[in-house]
Design a protein around this ligand. Structure first.
Ligand code: GLN
Length: 450
């Protein structure tokens, strides 16, 4: 394998494909390729794309925001350092919703990404660029981040695999923070096995992130190629409600039936606090975001507004011009939820409900190995159809955000096309904390049935 040539061809192909898709913010045409490839490294010479909220030393990192449009980091994120040590090639940075806030990649400062299955549809979000890059064949695998579904929902909209690992499985050092108690880096690829190989590399302890577990990282490929006999599979009735589009429900039910036919034990269960997850999540995530985004002041890095008359004006003008509407909405919502007088009623209340949501999951995992259902209530929607209605956009996340609040691993694996819309449907698999193994096992089984 001539890795240099592969990197060059990949970059050229991305440029061409991206005229239609716009999956990348930055393509590194001079991507550094590892010397003396050692093919014991499964990723040796493999071009990988990185969501643009993950720091890459010397390569522009924007979080798809005007406020970081020219930011060139002087240090490396842990995940990228690990990929480089495993001899992967970092080929470029993918488009996303600004600061990972959104479900359609339409809040990016760098324009919309299009869904490769249908250019009039959104790719989902916030990791829409990573998903479209994989689905269109620009790269084999990409890193994404998932705070409330941002890996799984775009994976489902693009008919690819995506996994959000357990909170604390992968280092967040160098991930531009959105909501620190929910954010997790994960992987997207067409094949389940490729994500297992990438997770093998990026998972594990890191002195720079105290929330990462010291737990040993198993070889995730060891969970592939197995059957599902005796596996205990929970189906929450709240996830198969009438709110789910008929075509999505049918495709998901077909996979549940398949698991059953192959000897899995299917248990209908309840996650009774599901109806509260959207407001709870948006209070917690926005509160954390309002604190995390304080640092963008026009002084330290990125965009600085011109013609400010004093320091106060530098802050106000830079932030007013540098942040988009959705980001401002979250900062205001979060600042309010944390303010004296509102704190008890909103933030504290949400934190308590979060505990109840965690308990719902703990109870189900007492007698089940995995929880399954749809990733999203619908398939990829039309560009410009929801972006002006934030509440509608937020409600998209009802089936994905619980996993972040509970910190559990969750994945989306393709389950065919919706009969109603003809677009890809994602099958969600959630596991107990640090039990990515069962998630991979079921995902791989479903993939082999497709
Ligand atoms: N759509 C959710 C939000 O806008 C989740 C985003 C994410 O996971 N980064 O907050």
């Amino acid at each position: 394998l001539d890795a240099k040539q592969l990197a060059k061809d990949t970059a050229e192909n991305i440029k061409k494909t991206d005229e239609k898709i716009n999956a990348f913010i930055t393509v590194d045409e001079d991507a550094k390729v590892a010397e003396d490839l050692n093919f014991d490294n499964k990723l040796a010479g493999v071009p990988i794309a990185i969501k643009d909220n993950i720091i890459t030393e010397g390569l522009k990192t924007t979080a798809a925001s005007h406020i970081l449009y020219n930011f060139e980091p002087v240090y490396e994120s842990t995940v990228v350092a690990k990929l480089k040590a495993a001899q992967a090639t970092i080929i470029g940075k993918t488009n996303m919703d600004e600061f990972a806030m959104g479900s359609s990649t339409e809040t990016s400062y760098f324009g919309d990404t299009k869904n490769p299955w249908n250019l009039n549809k959104v790719p989902g979000g916030s990791s829409g660029g990573s998903a479209a890059a994989v689905a269109s064949g620009e790269v084999v695998a990409a890193l994404g981040s998932d705070t409330g579904g941002s890996i799984r929902q775009p994976a489902s909209f693009n008919g690819i695999f995506g996994i959000k690992p357990t909170y604390g499985r992968v280092s967040r050092w160098g991930l531009i923070a959105f909501a620190s108690s929910l954010d997790q880096i994960g992987v997207m690829s067409k094949r389940v096995k490729d994500s297992a190989e990438v997770l093998n590399v990026i998972a594990g302890a890191d002195d720079r992130d105290a929330t990462v577990s010291e737990k040993e990282v198993p070889d995730y490929t060891a969970f592939l190629g197995k059957d599902v006999k005796g596996l205990r599979v929970a189906v929450p009735k709240e996830y198969m409600s009438d709110a789910v589009e008929a075509g999505v429900k049918k495709a998901v039910q077909a996979k549940i039936d398949l698991l059953k036919e192959n000897g899995a034990i299917i248990n209908e269960v309840s996650l009774p606090h599901t109806k509260y997850v959207v407001p709870t999540y948006y209070i917690i995530a926005s509160s954390e975001a309002s604190a995390n985004l304080e640092r963008y002041d026009g002084i330290r890095y990125g965009f600085r507004a011109e013609d400010a008359k004093n320091l106060e004006e530098v802050f106000v003008k830079s932030r007013s011009e540098g942040f988009g509407d959705e980001v401002k909405r979250r900062i205001m919502l979060g600042s309010f939820a944390l303010s004296a007088g509102a704190y008890d009623k909103f933030f504290l209340q949400a934190a308590k409900v979060r505990t109840l949501i965690c308990q719902d999951f703990a109870k189900v995992f007492e007698d089940n190995d995995v929880i399954v259902g749809p990733v999203s209530t619908e398939t990829a929607f039309d560009l410009n159809s929801e972006i002006s209605d934030p509440i509608k956009m937020y409600n998209n996340d009802i089936l994905t955000i619980s996993a972040n609040m509970a910190g559990i691993p969750a994945a989306s694996v393709p389950a065919g096309l919706s009969e109603t819309t003809g677009m890809p449907v994602g099958f969600q698999i959630m596991g107990n904390r640090f039990d990515e193994g069962h998630v991979f096992q079921v995902a791989d089984f479903i993939e082999r049935s497709n």
